[in-house]
Design a protein around this ligand. Structure first.
Ligand SMILES: [Zn+2]
Length: 305
């Protein structure tokens, strides 16, 4: 059962009201057969059908290749409106009973998981003007979507504020701008759990793409790099750096090789991102790095999640 990152034991928490996919892996005792599978969930009582896909014999119950390729599992898309609490999923393969089998009982599997409810992430978005331009709110959507896909949340609540000028495009100018943002946040009526995001247009000429201040719960980010906002908000929420790419003050508690999302074994944590309808992109844990690092490509590890 996967939302952003998951292992075969379903070790990562599942969030209520978040888009969820279920991958069902099957093996045959002998030969290769193309069959369909069915899934039933106990919360809505809905039944879903997936396949046909080929099912065959292999020494590994689930191989690395199976994790990497979506087409190697029956993939079910569940509705994104789970209430918190327990859900039992019953899966069955070869539902058409073609080929016919002597024993159908080993075609079934049942898993019970818990969904937790999480409060929405509240943001106030402040465009930062530079050289007569501001980034549009639409340009921010890219980063917001990444945030929603990589954080254990079901909703982001965002409001927009008046533009703020960029004090200067040097590192010090960024610090001053972030201070201005923090002051404006302090003077506002916003409750303490709203994070303020100053977003700069992509044309700001600086190698630095973001900055965060935990105390003032404010962030400065440049549009265009989709994971920067997730990284900076991570700092506001108290997360340090994963030691890849030479960041300051790395968090040495990261439990995996710092250029990987996990140990990347076949039963390990793999990343997933729902793309357009019924398309799930796999984030290979051996290639992707945690977004709290300075390395790319980035996704979220279960540690950061
Ligand atoms: Zn950082």
């Amino acid at each position: 059962m996967t939302q952003a990152i998951q292992n075969l034991a379903n070790g990562a928490p599942l969030i209520a009201d978040k888009l969820t996919t279920v991958r069902v892996y099957a093996r045959s005792d002998t030969g290769r057969y193309t069959v369909r599978a069915r899934l039933k969930d106990s919360q809505t009582g809905n039944t879903y059908v997936a396949g046909p896909i080929p099912v065959f014999w292999d020494a590994h119950p689930v191989s690395e290749e199976d994790r990497r390729k979506i087409s190697r599992s029956f993939t079910f898309w569940l509705p994104g409106y789970w209430s918190a609490g327990s859900v039992t999923l019953d899966a069955e393969v070869n539902i058409d009973r073609n080929p016919s089998e002597v024993d159908y009982t080993n075609n079934k599997m049942s898993v019970t998981v818990q969904f937790e409810s999480m409060p929405p992430l509240k943001l106030r978005l402040i465009p930062v003007s530079y050289d007569g331009t501001v980034a549009t709110g639409a340009a921010m959507l890219y980063s917001l979507r990444y945030l929603k896909d990589t954080y254990p949340i079901s909703r982001v609540i965002a409001s927009f504020g008046e533009p703020l000028p960029l004090v200067g495009s040097s590192g010090l100018g960024f610090v001053d701008t972030l201070n201005d943002l923090g002051i404006r946040r302090y003077l506002s009526d916003d409750s303490s759990n709203v994070i303020w995001i100053g977003y700069m247009p992509a044309k700001v000429p600086s190698a630095l793409s973001g900055l965060a201040n935990r105390e003032s719960q404010s962030v400065l980010t440049k549009v265009g790099s989709e994971s920067t906002m997730a990284h900076e908000i991570g700092h506001v929420l108290g997360r340090g750096h994963v030691n890849c790419g030479g960041p300051w003050f790395p968090d040495h508690a990261y439990p995996y090789p710092t250029d990987k999302l996990s140990f990347a074994f076949e039963d390990d944590y793999w990343g997933f991102r729902p793309r357009k309808r019924n398309h799930l992109a796999v984030k290979d844990p051996a290639r992707n790095k945690d977004f709290m690092s300075y390395c790319y490509p980035r996704w979220v590890s279960d540690y950061t999640y």
